[in-house]
Design a protein around this ligand. Sequence first.
Ligand code: ADP
Ligand code: F6P
Length: 329
Amino acid sequence: MKRLAVLTSGGDSPGMNPAIRSVTRSALSFGVEVVGVYNGYQGLIDEEFTPLDSLIVSGKNRYSGTFLQTSRCPEFTTEEGQKKGIANLRKHGIEGLIVIGGDGSLTGARAIHRHGYPVVGMPGTIDNDIYGTEMGIGVDTALNTIITLVDMIKATAASHRRCFVVEVMGRSSGYLALMTSISTGSQVAVIPEYRVNMDRIVENLHHRTRNKHNNSVIIVAEGVCSGGEFMERLRGAGKIEQEVRLTVLGHVQRGGIPTHFDRLLGARMGEMAVQALVHGETGVMVGQVAGKMQLRNLEEILGRKKELPADAIRVARNLGIEFGDPVEM
Ligand code: ADP
Ligand code: F6P
């Protein structure tokens, strides 16, 4: 292989820059040229290509986001769009592609593979909803950003003896909400994998006020409903003694400075993605399994629901966090 390309697609995630840096430097160390595709799959269609070298990726580790930029590109979900993108890669003498992105982006990568073009994926999403890897690039940073912000909310909540509803991201996964409810000491996690039990939530809050706890935090995953909707339901469910306020954390969760974990994960996954592509692998994603980097077949992992870690569920239960009853998937 003489030349490969790399792109970032879908929602950005902290650690995408370290991942691009690793892909670039690893490819160069294999004697392979690297081309960056701007703007995700849209850039593939529009031929927005730029050569990458060691200097260009220098110093990028500490920045969040993706310097190659990203997009949501409806045209790439069509056969025509995919064929156009692949033709553009071939036109530029590019023999393989590395895609860094979430579930949708990896589905795009699988489509490229099905067209017979070599492609390797890397999971880049804060949601941690991709089956086949314990962690996605960006998850750790998002978790750290959320706990910093919830700690701040708890300080003011305690001063005013308030109950805060905090909405966190997670399009269809309660991972961020459940994990941060454990690490921030929040009382309730509202997550899509479990059915809310309003009576128990109200009782949990009453129990806290009876026991002289002066604040409460309820973390709501956006995949269930908006924090605002939840607050209204809570108010309608029974008298809450504490004043209830709402904070929607929003996109700050995606913009944190990449943590050591995410920089390292981006570096490890990037290096393995290049190795795989250079050695003729295609239609695979680099995943972290039992802490180690492993290639996972895209055909096998896409469309499968990633479960929340069973030990985290147990820990949350035993800590007294209220998160409802399992939903049959
Ligand atoms: P994420 O990768 O973060 O999950 P999206 O779901 O928005 O974000 O997907 C990113 C992009 O991946 C889409 O805009 C589209 O270009 C591409 N994509 C998503 N689904 C498919 C599909 N079924 N086939 C081909 N490309 C897809
Ligand atoms: O998939 C990552 C994610 O941040 C989700 O948690 C969230 O629902 C979505 O992207 C938001 O997307 P956008 O930036 O397009 O609003």
